[in-house]
Design a binder for this molecule. Structure first.
Ligand code: C5P
Length: 232
């Protein structure tokens, strides 16, 4: 399984994104296009980054009724991204519809992964605000199992949960983990975090890194540090 560092390109314009990525002359990073950039620029930004040779994780976190999600995934699959996602909280019916919508007539499709609980959500908030009265790791494992049973390829989860998800869902089931910070970084709004080196030890398949690279004084050096801690 190809381990990789995915840069979360959380910018509000295509121009800023392309300028940012122009700095990476040696290795073309795998990039994540999230809601901010997609809503600002639309599908053309996906085509532009694809044309520049980047692998793309389209992080739109779909969560709606099965029919709507299935039809939306059919549209997204035409963009030829490498990975896209939805919320596991939408239930198995929604995940199955998504998978069907995403699959092209020739049987190929992008990887489809499910968000379990956002890495910004603490156990306390999940229990008090969402009334999910179980320990957070159990909720993540349960949602992961639902996703696997619906035929998905993996989940988005905290690096701290990647080991348990692999134990429960198998080593081939992908763990894509945001909430990554260097030991000397600001945590920001993330709660369940780990360093790239710790992500490697626990067994994440892909780490998603945003501000630790995009807001660094030297983003290329920060990316290379992630690659050497996580992959090399
Ligand atoms: O800047 P930072 O490294 O915190 O960025 C993390 C990225 O991962 C953001 O783009 C965020 O939307 C995304 N993400 C997350 N937690 C999830 C799913 C996606 O932080 N559960």
């Amino acid at each position: 399984m190809g381990k990789d560092v995915i840069i979360a390109c959380d910018f509000d314009s295509g121009r800023q994104t392309l300028e940012f990525l122009d700095q990476f002359t040696e290795r073309k990073p795998y990039v994540k296009i999230g809601m901010e950039l997609f809503y600002a620029e639309g599908p053309q930004i996906v085509r532009d980054l694809k044309a520049r040779g980047h692998k793309i994780f389209l992080d739109l976190k779909l969560h709606d009724i099965p029919n709507t999600v299935g039809k939306s995934m059919a549209v997204l699959s035409k963009l030829d991204v490498d990975m896209c996602n939805l919320h596991a909280a939408g239930t198995a019916a929604m995940m199955e519809a998504a998978l069907k919508g995403l699959t092209r007539p020739d049987g190929t499709r992008p990887l489809l992964i499910a968000v379990t609980q956002l890495t910004s959500t603490s156990e306390e908030r999940m229990q008090k605000e969402l009334l999910i009265n179980a320990p957070l790791p159990d909720v993540v494992s349960h949602y992961a199992l639902n996703a696997r049973n619906a035929g998905l390829d993996g989940v988005v989860c905290s690096p701290l949960e990647a080991g348990t998800v692999h134990e429960i869902c198998g080593s081939e089931f992908l763990t894509v983990t945001p909430g990554v910070r260097f030991a000397d970084d600001a945590v920001g709004d993330q709660v369940r975090i780990a360093t790239p080196a710790r992500c490697k030890e626990i067994g994440s398949d892909y780490i998603v890194v945003g501000r630790s690279i995009t807001a660094a004084a030297d983003p290329v050096a920060a990316y290379n540090r992630c690659v050497s801690e996580f992959i090399d």
